[in-house]
Ligand binder design. Sequence first.
Ligand SMILES: [Zn+2]
Length: 297
Amino acid sequence: MEKDKLRIMMIGAHPDDCDFRCGGVALKYAQMGHMVQFVSISDGSAGHHQMKPEELADRRKMEAQKVADLAGIEYVILGMKDGEIMADLDSRRQLIQCIRLFNPDLILTSRPNDYHADHRQTSLLVQDASYLLIVPNICPDTKPMDDMPVIGFFYDRFHNPSFNPDIIIDIDDVIDKKFEMLDCHVSQVYEWLPYTNHRLDEVPDDSSERMEWLRTPTIADFENQKNSLLLPESFQEKRSGIFGEARMAETSNLYREQLIERYGASQGHLVRFSEAFQLSEYGFQPDDAELKRLFPF
Ligand SMILES: [Zn+2]
């Protein structure tokens, strides 16, 4: 294991959660030569209105592999049943083994309060696993970790309690490729998500038109003369479920001050797309130097 290479594990409930929530940061790590592994706890077999579970799980595995090839990362599907993830002992053991095998410096995952039961259970599973990762008598077949990893939560829109970012990363340099990652999840971004939003009839057939549709609304409509983003409050409700550029710019709009603090006034004001993370109290607690090492951007 190369010492200067970071090992970053991103754990979502479904095979597209990590892509949406931290795909940009994943690309930045991979481009610097660090190891990135996406883990989907479930097989994704519930996310479609027409396809049968088995057929869908196979298709989503292929979509995830396409993302892995494109981004230069690993994509692991643990394969629990979609819609039925439970933070029980069996699942906990399975995740402890999976995390120990990869031996990450940093884990990014969902917060425990989220609209989807699978996202909540995934977050619980990661937190339940965290301390036990270093305990040799738990899952004795896999080597315990020397230290708990740092754990961070993806940004979400829920307010009870609200998300408080500890780290915010400029992803302008990789936004096109992040959309290419999302574009790999055809069954989701062009079929299932539009279906749940009653917008299936809007989806173009042509692949380049599709990408344009995926990026709409673009942020050009929301920029003022100073090139700062001003997303209206009403925007959130209007586009729930589908992303678009404006949704990817939401954290920059909400946490502009933190961007300026991190990158300085001239760059901080101009960042359009970003990804934000909140640290968990249950992982290793990093000091500033460790945070700099873990987020070297
Ligand atoms: Zn999900």
